[in-house]
Design a protein around this ligand. Sequence first.
Ligand code: NAP
Length: 218
Amino acid sequence: MSETILITGASGLLGRALVARFAQEDFQVLAHCRLRPGKETDNVHWLAGDFSTVESTADFLIEHEKKLKECRYLINNYGPIILRPTVDVTGKDLLADFLQQVVPVVDISRFLIARAPLQAVLNIGFEYTGEIRAYKKILGYAMAKNALLLLTRSWAASYPGVCFNLFSPPSLEKAEVLPKQAHIVAPELVAERIFRIMARCSSGFHYRYTDPPATAKN
Ligand SMILES: NC(=O)c1ccc[n+]([C@@H]2O[C@H](COP(=O)([O-])OP(=O)(O)OC[C@H]3O[C@@H](n4cnc5c(N)ncnc54)[C@H](OP(=O)(O)O)[C@@H]3O)[C@@H](O)[C@H]2O)c1
């Protein structure tokens, strides 16, 4: 029987590539989106949900509980970026960043830990997760992504039966926000790397993207 995976933010840039990669391996893919579902197939099923509040995330979990109870794998890929000049950032802005980046990860993961045969969770960071840097426009986003790293490491130690890892993607081709001198990579290559990480039985690791070795020309 094929394994079930939930991918949040599955209709976005990286999400679409992840859905295609796992569907190709015959996973049952539960693909979350807010408004723009992709094509429904024998092994890709679209589940709509709004993660902008704690209550609407809970509604998503309750509405789709029957399907979600099958999940062995979870990729917490939803994580929108909001640009704000650092000098203007308020406490309310920081709360909004944590509400978007961290709260759905906590509530969705805990729901599946309690109700599904969950084996592995992968959280998605960003290019500079784990680095101490100054940010002029994405301070709240960077703080919340770093909180995900702490959460991942802590849960890996607290739940020995489930693998928790964090993967930090590079900037993605066609992304709306691209830092200067970004290392830009096709989402399909990033999805391939994530697929290989999910196949391992490791826990508590922070993985970064590295380019695949160049193939020798004939
Ligand atoms: N893009 C990059 O260059 C980059 C670089 C490093 C890390 N990352 C990280 O990689 C992950 C994927 O990024 P991405 O750029 O591929 O994402 P994206 O293209 O912006 O995708 C957004 C996804 O979130 C969904 N969504 C939007 N608002 C929502 C809401 N209120 N509630 C629930 N779902 C909502 C969208 O659904 P609809 O389509 O239905 O609206 C879509 O599936 C994120 O965690 C991001 O932080 C991205």
